[in-house]
Design a protein. Structure first.
Length: 94
């Protein structure tokens, strides 16, 4: 069986944020939640993996800003007010 859960995006200094996600997740949507006004990511996963989790690290990059893409993998883009944000996952550098 599958489940879809919503995870709020709360970036820290530099646009970094972490989410504890089931290992089998697949992103299905990113946008600002109309009820709360908070940017969120919705992930689908196998319900049997719900308690088998990893901490995944992400970085928000605003449109037009130069950045080092080393060890980053593009995830999604969303609109927040007048801004467009691009989400990248930080990859292990090992």
């Amino acid at each position: 069986m599958k489940k879809i859960y919503k995870y709020e995006i709360h970036p820290q200094m530099g646009g970094y944020f972490s989410l504890e996600l089931p290992v089998s997740v697949e992103l299905v949507h990113t946008s600002v939640d109309n009820k709360t006004g908070i940017p969120c990511m919705w992930f689908e996963f196998n319900s049997e993996d719900e308690h088998d989790t990893d901490i995944r690290k992400f970085k928000l990059i605003p449109t037009g800003v130069e950045f080092d893409s080393t060890n980053l993998s593009y995830v999604d883009t969303y609109l927040y007010g007048p801004f467009v944000w691009h989400i990248y996952e930080l990859l292990d550098s090992e």
